[in-house]
Design a protein around this ligand. Structure first.
Ligand code: RBF
Length: 160
C-alpha cells in the first residue's frame, strides 16, 4: 500500500471492521471541510463492515477542543478507537501554530495514556482550497484515511 495517499489504498488489505466500535469527534470550525471528513470516515468504516450502531459521533466547537472530546469518549464509552477530525487554516496571527501544537500533543498523549488508538485527522493547511483538496477533492479525503488507520490499529491491538 502506498503511504503517500491512503485514499487510494487497496481495500482488500484492510481488516474486517465488523464488531469494532468507533468514536468520531468532529470540530465545528470550517464545517464545510470537517463535515466532509466525517462523512468520508463514516462511509469508510461502514464499507469495511462496521455496524452503524457501533459508530458514534460527537461535536466540539473547535479543533482545540478535540483532545478533551476524545478523552470523554475514552472515559465514558467502550469504543475501540477514537478518530478526531478538524481543520485549522492558517491566518495572519500565530493562533494556527498554538492550536496545531496543542491538538497534536494532546492526541499523542491520549494514545499513550489510554493504550488505545486515537487517530489524528486534523487538516493544517495554508488556505481553504488546500483543505477542500483533502476533504473529498484532488488529494482524496483524509477522513477515509483516518478510518482505515483506525481499523488497522484496532486490528493490531486485538492481535497482540
Ligand atoms: N478552530 C479550528 O478548528 N480551526 C481554525 O482554523 C480555528 N481558527 C481560530 C482562530 C482564532 C484567532 C481563534 C481565537 C480560534 C480559532 N479556532 C479554530 C477555534 C479554536 O480551535 C477553539 O475552539 C477556541 O480557541 C476556543 O478554545
Amino acid at each position: 500500500m502506498a503511504t503517500k495517499d491512503l485514499s487510494e489504498y487497496n481495500p482488500e488489505l484492510v481488516p474486517d471492521a465488523s464488531g469494532m466500535k468507533f468514536g468520531i469527534v468532529v470540530a465545528e470550525w470550517n464545517p464545510e471541510i470537517t463535515m466532509a471528513l466525517a462523512k468520508g470516515a463514516t462511509d469508510t468504516l461502514l464499507k469495511h463492515g462496521a455496524a452503524e450502531s457501533n459508530i458514534k459521533i460527537k461535536y466540539v466547537p473547535g479543533s482545540f477542543e478535540l483532545p478533551l472530546g476524545a478523552q470523554l469518549f475514552a472515559e465514558h464509552d467502550n469504543v475501540d478507537a477514537i478518530i478526531v477530525l478538524g481543520c485549522v487554516i492558517q491566518g495572519e496571527t500565530r493562533h494556527f501554530d498554538f492550536i496545531c501544537q496543542g491538538v497534536t500533543q494532546g492526541i499523542m498523549d491520549l494514545n499513550l495514556k489510554y493504550d488505545k488508538p486515537f487517530i489524528f485527522g486534523l487538516l493544517t493547511t495554508g488556505n481553504q482550497q488546500q483543505a477542500l483538496d483533502r476533504a473529498g477533492g484532488k488529494h482524496g479525503n483524509k477522513g477515509d484515511e483516518a478510518a482505515v488507520t483506525a481499523i488497522k490499529m484496532v486490528h493490531l491491538k486485538n492481535n497482540f
